[in-house]
Write a protein that binds this ligand. Structure first.
Ligand SMILES: [Fe+2]
Length: 287
């Protein structure tokens, strides 16, 4: 089976759906699962955005697209339905930029480990510390980041996974990465707790986000670990305004569960999924 992994979306949910469909079409494959590694930008309204989301969202209209999924006008609903006719819904874990109280309330209301967050069912949140079967793989989810305070890894969820038998999980999905994975401005990036978890659980594959750049493969015993780039880079000063925000190379990974081959997607068509106001039905009927 084929599983596609998506880096930090930060609200650009229509770009994510468009990229998933084009990935399947251009490779001539059926995607059995889509997994998003957190920072989907899952807030119920712009008023609930945190300060960084507000700042980036002001310059990047597409970062508002998640809200369009929550109360979809006909054009958006049509685009999402077209997409879901070809790809499964996204499963996502919490990043540090989501409304965690809102997500918790959705889980409580349905009393479920996995809960849809939008009326069309295009995105489903997986609560931290759970192992579910995805495309036949035992897949563990642990969101948030190692940072004292309200973004910190959930201690119960972390303890539950740390108590699981080594080898009992095939794929581990986290938002933060393992300590030592990279360095930026003299600071070593990653979480010591996640490094410990990775070395204990020894999944075949680990995929993470948060640091917004492609990083991997890295080996930890029998585990191969990859970090994904941010799906749609925020606008930068001097960027060509005609191109608009587009899918970044290294922000999507593709796994073949038969061989466990994992590939970062760098295909030229990534740039076709672009724009401040992505019209999903047009993209999906012309590409
Ligand atoms: Fe992020």
């Amino acid at each position: 089976m084929k599983v596609a992994f998506f880096g930090d979306v930060h609200g650009c949910a229509l770009h994510a759906l468009g990229a998933a469909v084009l990935l399947g079409r251009r490779r001539g494959i059926r995607l059995d699962a889509l997994i998003q590694v957190g920072d989907l930008g899952a807030y119920p309204s712009p008023e609930r955005w945190d300060e960084p989301s507000r700042r980036f969202g002001a310059d990047n209209p597409a970062q508002h697209d998640f809200f369009r999924l929550l109360d979809p006008p006909p054009r958006i609903a049509e685009g999402v339905r077209l997409a879901l006719a070809e790809v499964p819904p996204f499963l996502f874990v919490s990043g540090n930029h989501e409304d965690h109280d809102w997500l918790a309330s959705l889980h409580q209301a349905g009393d479920a480990v996995v809960t849809p967050v939008d009326p069309l069912g295009s995105h489903r949140h997986v609560a931290c510390g759970n192992v579910i079967e995805v495309a036949g793989q035992r897949t563990a989810f642990l969101g948030l980041i190692e940072l004292p305070g309200k973004m910190d890894l959930d201690p119960d969820a972390y303890a539950r996974l740390l108590a699981a038998e080594p080898g009992s999980v095939d794929i581990l999905i986290t938002h933060d990465g393992p300590y030592g994975m990279s360095e930026r401005h003299g600071t070593i990036q990653g979480s010591p707790k996640l490094l410990k978890l990775l070395e204990h659980l020894q999944p075949r594959l680990h995929v993470s986000g948060h640091y917004h750049h492609q990083n991997g493969p890295r080996r930890y015993g029998r585990t191969t670990s990859y970090a994904l780039a941010q799906l749609v880079q925020p606008k930068r000063h001097g960027e060509d305004p005609d191109l608009g925000p587009r899918i970044a190379p290294g922000s999507i990974g593709l796994l073949d569960t038969e061989t466990y081959d994992f590939e970062y997607i760098h295909d030229p068509w990534l740039a076709e999924v672009n724009g401040d106001a992505l019209d999903l039905p047009t993209l999906l009927t012309t590409h």
